[in-house]
Design a protein around this ligand. Structure first.
Ligand code: SF4
Length: 95
């Protein structure tokens, strides 16, 4: 099983991340990065993954900084129980 690396899409390591205490470090990285060639299938997979991961992220002590990291670094995948589309909406709200 592969753990989340703590690297952003730009390869920058989140300084406070993934010391093994976060619930997501017990899961496969793939769980957080649903993918498919078909955009509709990818969207469905992403929503399913979000629903599955949200309770885990809601219980995580680092949920707030995790979300901030994902927004600031334009991360893809699911971070802090949010999808890229969720974070895009949050970015627009705060702009
Ligand atoms: S909020 Fe979710 S993705 Fe972020 S560190 Fe916690 S468990 Fe991992």
């Amino acid at each position: 099983m592969q753990n989340i690396s703590g690297l952003s899409t730009t390869g920058i390591k989140a300084p406070w991340f993934f010391d093994g205490s976060q619930p997501c470090t017990m899961l496969s990285t793939e769980a957080f990065y649903p993918d498919d060639e078909d955009p509709v299938v990818k969207m469905r997979k992403t929503q399913k993954a979000k629903e599955a991961l949200k309770p885990l992220c809601d219980s995580c002590a680092l949920s707030a900084p995790c979300l901030e990291w994902a927004i600031v670094n334009n991360e893809y995948g699911i971070w802090a129980g949010t999808t890229e589309a969720d974070r895009k909406r949050l970015r627009r709200k705060t702009a």
